[in-house]
Ligand binder design. Structure first.
Ligand SMILES: Cc1ncc(COP(=O)(O)O)c(C=O)c1O
Length: 430
């Protein structure tokens, strides 16, 4: 098969050494699988192709893509840092025993309570995202008797991000990042430099997600590197750290050809190195925040077919037992996925169907045009590359239960997250 750790044995789909039809029977569906082998393989690629090739670099996994205590522990073992955007993500990491100093706190509206948590645990970096945020950070850290290491997330106003508008984040009219207008940006820098409770380490940008080339990173870099010079000129201060965000694309469809980490990041590093050399500066520490590219291809979701409805001269609707509650990406931004019938994995495709979820929304379509062998009730559908932004965005719409998550490793499967129960659904009601 074309996906990592996926093969067909005796007509059945095997993922990371596990027959997924057996897992579906044993644990029920919908069921999310996460391959530890693939996650660790991606971490190894990032190390080989980036961290070990460039001195003074770090990778902080973006927890928003998928975050559990178990995954935090794997990433800790791999020596990664972690990018969190909420008290909930921070709490999960701390519960996992993840070292706080390797955590970076992003987000366009961190609350006072969350910043207090961050100060209390001693997180490594606070990424300032809004022009007036430093005041609040300073207040919180003053009370805690601590100093915050900060980076300013700039809005580089890139115009050519080749991705869906909902996952482009570096355009000018965006809720993220500090606008670079003279009257907005420089007062923030001055505030940071003048505030005792913060140490301004450098700049951060994140231009978008599911990018297949570094074009927008390079154009953002041009802007940000200009700022580095301007800051040196104005204040005699040179940044020590530059965070270039995440965004590296992954394979959803068989035809997708995502870039390797080196292919994507080498031009970025070349640009930074050339700049440092030209200006007789030391290259700052360069940090990346990959999310999707670590976990997306490590995930697979299994569903059971309930009904096959054939509309004469119309579509064939194959209804499964999950949908937009466990994967909202197709409904939210027309994301496309590939799937097969796991128990008919070696049969030729025979018809085009609409793979639909069970939610009360006509938009709850997982795949609009899916070529599969003749489907029947009871078949197990496996959707590939669902590790990122699926479980993490899951909901209880229609009071459907969140699926269980299994962690797979070379033929072994263990429960990473239990399936929700009906009691869980009403537990918070008073
Ligand atoms: C600030 C920031 N960093 C990193 C990421 C991770 O991006 P990706 O999952 O595309 O690597 C995101 C995603 O939205 C982000 O907003």
């Amino acid at each position: 098969m074309d996906y990592d750790q996926v093969e067909i044995r005796d007509g059945r789909l095997v993922f990371d050494g596990c027959d997924v039809t057996v897992l579906a029977r044993q644990y029920g569906t919908p069921l999310m699988l996460l391959s530890e082998t693939v996650v660790r393989g991606k971490c190894a690629q990032i190390k080989r192709q980036f961290l070990e090739r460039y001195a003074d670099t770090r990778a902080a996994y973006a927890g928003k893509a998928f975050l559990t205590i178990g995954l935090c522990r794997i990433l800790d073992e791999e020596g990664f840092g972690l990018d969190v955007v909420s008290g909930g993500e921070l709490y999960t990491a701390i519960k996992a025993g993840f070292p706080a100093e390797r955590i970076e706190f992003n987000g366009n509206n961190k609350t006072r309570a969350e910043l207090e948590m961050a100060a209390g645990y001693g997180v490594g970096r606070i990424i300032v995202d809004q022009p007036d945020e430093i005041e609040l950070i300073a207040e919180v850290y003053r009370t805690a008797g601590k100093r915050a290491n900060i980076l300013l997330r700039v809005n580089p106003a890139v115009t050519d991000t080749d991705t869906h508008a909902y996952i482009a984040t570096g355009h000018r009219d965006s809720k993220f990042g500090i606008p670079l207008d003279e009257e907005v940006f420089w007062p923030v820098v001055e505030k940071a430099l003048a505030t005792e409770e913060v140490d301004l380490l450098g700049f951060h940008f994140h231009v978008g997600s599911q990018l297949f080339d570094p074009r927008s990173h390079l154009s953002a870099l041009d802007t940000v590197l200009e700022l580095v010079l301007a800051m040196r000129e104005r204040y005699g201060v040179v940044i020590r750290e530059l965070n270039v965000g995440g965004g590296i694309g992954v394979r959803y469809l068989k035809a997708d050809r995502p870039p390797g980490f080196a292919e994507f990041l080498d031009p970025v590093m070349e640009r930074i190195d050339a700049f440092a050399e030209q200006n007789s500066l030391r290259r700052p520490t360069v940090v990346i925040e990959p999310g999707r590219s670590v976990v997306a291809e490590a995930g697979m979701t299994l569903y059971t077919v309930g009904h096959v409805k054939r509309i004469p001269e119309g579509s064939v609707f194959v209804s499964v037992d999950g949908g937009m509650t466990d994967n909202i990406r197709p409904a939210l931004y027309q994301a496309e996925y590939q799937a097969i019938i796991a128990n008919k994995a070696d049969l030729p495709t025979q018809e085009k169907v609409v793979l639909c979820g069970r939610c009360c929304e006509s938009g709850d379509i997982l795949i609009h045009e899916l070529d599969i062998p003749e489907p029947s009730p009871g078949d197990i559908i496996a959707v590939f590359s669902t590790g990122a932004y699926c479980y993490a965005m899951a909901s209880n719409y229609n009071k459907l239960l969140l699926p269980a998550v299994l962690l797979l490793k070379q033929g072994q499967a263990k429960v990473m997250v239990q399936r929700q129960s009906y009691d869980d659904l009403i537990r918070l009601e008073v």
